[in-house]
Design a protein around this ligand. Structure first.
Ligand SMILES: *Cc1c(COP(=O)(O)O)cnc(C)c1O
Length: 481
């Protein structure tokens, strides 16, 4: 539960001139080292506080947050799973963390070998031929993937201008397409979120460059027609891009390359346990077939005569999408995670995430009906039951009620094709006990909401910030509380 708030002043309001922390005599900080013309004319307006005040201030703020280390965090599609501390230890090893980005290949053999081996393992897991680890996240990987497609078609002398995206796609897919200057062609999914092959056939043709397809789709359901879909797209001369952000549902069980796709992206902060956002920079990857490999960003790493070396390709590359080899610290974490699993255990990641999602779905089925009647993969999409909707209760009320019960809210109102969607991704790292506690909280939200709807409309009541006027919060944010 969130700690009680006894103090809501800003650090600048607590400032008391003259207060400060202990100061080691650091010659680098001495004024004399800064040329006079570069020195400030007036002291900066910073809060003057004792060190203890600062520590308390920030520790208190940090405890107002929900995080994977403190709370169950069932944010669908985001895969908020445990980040093993072992990953951090590996990335902090002096040989990796202390390496200068401009070090010559001969001085960076360990890091180059790691990139080479991680690349080979990911290519094998995906059943494809080549990879870049340069992108900094999933969306950046999508951008890189479409750059590859553009270069591929330019090289063939074909002008293709359209990207086909189902209406169930993650928002980054159409956003990437439009950033690249392509026209997005939206196609309606079937009610189960699967791509409608008849619709696809109507919208695909000589202008189509790429179909972007999320697998499993955003309803947590496998695209069972994927082989036929790939055939249809290839017959039109276009490429299939698989949004593989949620490879955690397939890893070790299916090689996406075997399904017929041309390229896919990976999100290391989802499938490979590296921290999201606040944990530092991210990493993604594009894994592709041989026909796209010449266009990959450079450098990649090659092995020659037992040594590892930067490979700058043969001039067809799209160039760089990130400096050097990307965020290599994150790659070390993902590599540590891969090595900590045997080939069989990698399959367990997918198996356990699927079991956990279906367990939640089964526990809640009488109160929060599942959108799809099928078993789900790593996540399930539910909605409030008729008894709640009849009392005017909405998904937003469920989310706010969960916060009062010590749980981060699931993803809500996504996918857009589901009215009042609640998208829950428990991940494979949660125990049965945690899932039971979460289901009990969902039941309590239901029961107290149906008995007294206003109590749920008022939630959250345990946080410093109560129910916000969301429109005003977006238009005129009040950043003080
Ligand atoms: C998370 C996600 C993305 C975007 O990935 P980022 O790393 O957040 O940029 C794209 N598609 C799907 C399906 C996702 O779940």
């Amino acid at each position: 539960m969130i700690c009680a708030v006894t103090d809501n002043k800003l650090s600048i309001e607590k400032s008391d001139p003259g207060r400060r922390g202990l100061h080691a005599k650091n010659p680098l900080r001495a004024k004399a080292n800064v040329p006079a013309n570069l020195r400030r004319k007036a002291a900066p307006r910073l809060p003057e506080l004792s060190e203890f005040d600062v520590v308390r201030h920030f520790t208190r703020l940090s405890r107002l947050n929900f995080s994977v280390d403190t709370h169950f965090y069932p944010l669908g599609s985001c895969t908020m799973k445990y980040n093993p501390r072992f990953n951090e230890e590996a990335a902090a090893l002096e040989g990796f963390s202390g390496l200068h980005p401009l070090a010559h290949d001969v001085c960076a053999q360990g890091t180059l070998e790691l990139i080479h081996d991680l690349s080979a393992r990911l290519v094998e897991l995906c059943g494809l031929d080549a990879i870049t680890l340069q992108p900094a996240a999933g969306a950046h990987s999508e951008f890189t993937g479409l750059l590859l497609a553009k270069a591929y078609f330019e090289n063939k002398g074909e002008a293709r201008t359209e990207i086909v995206v189902p209406d169930s796609a993650h928002g980054t897919n159409p956003a990437t397409a439009s950033m690249m200057g392509f026209t997005t062609v939206n196609i309606a999914s079937k009610p189960d979120g699967r791509l409608d092959v008849a619709e696809l056939k109507k919208h695909i043709g000589p202008k189509t460059a790429v179909l972007m397809l999320t697998v499993p789709n955003t309803l947590g359901i496998f695209e069972s027609n994927i082989e036929e879909i790939c055939r249809v797209v290839h017959e039109a001369g276009a490429l299939v891009y698989m949004d593989g952000a949620n490879l955690n549902a397939l890893i070790g069980m299916v090689k996406p390359g075997d399904l017929g796709i041309d390229m896919m992206h990976l999100n290391f902060h989802k499938t490979f346990s590296t921290p999201h956002g606040g944990g530092g920079p991210g990493a993604g990857a594009i894994v592709c077939r041989a026909h796209l490999a010449p266009f990959l960003p450079v450098p990649t790493v090659k092995k020659e005569g037992g040594k590892f070396a930067s490979d700058f390709g043969d001039g067809k590359s799209i160039g760089k999408v990130k400096a050097f080899f990307g965020n290599t610290g994150v790659l070390v974490k993902a590599y540590a995670y891969m090595l900590a699993h045997s080939a069989d255990e990698l399959g367990d990641i997918a198996r356990y995430s699927i079991i956990n999602a279906n367990y939640i779905r089964a526990l809640l089925k009488d109160l929060y009906p599942s959108y799809s009647s099928e078993y789900c993969m790593h996540e399930c999409v539910l909605t409030p039951g008729k008894d709640m909707l009849d009392k005017g209760l909405k998904t937003l009320d469920v989310a706010k009620g969960l916060i009062d019960r010590g749980f981060h809210a699931p993803t809500i109102y996504f996918p857009l094709i589901v009215h009042e969607a609640i998208m829950i991704e428990p991940t494979e790292t949660e125990s049965k006990e945690t899932l039971d506690e979460f289901a009990a909280a969902m039941k309590d939200v239901h029961d107290s909401g149906v008995a007294d709807p206003q109590s749920l409309k008022d939630a959250p009541v345990t946080l410093p910030v109560k129910r916000l006027d969301e429109v005003q919060a977006a238009r005129q944010p009040n950043l003080r509380w």
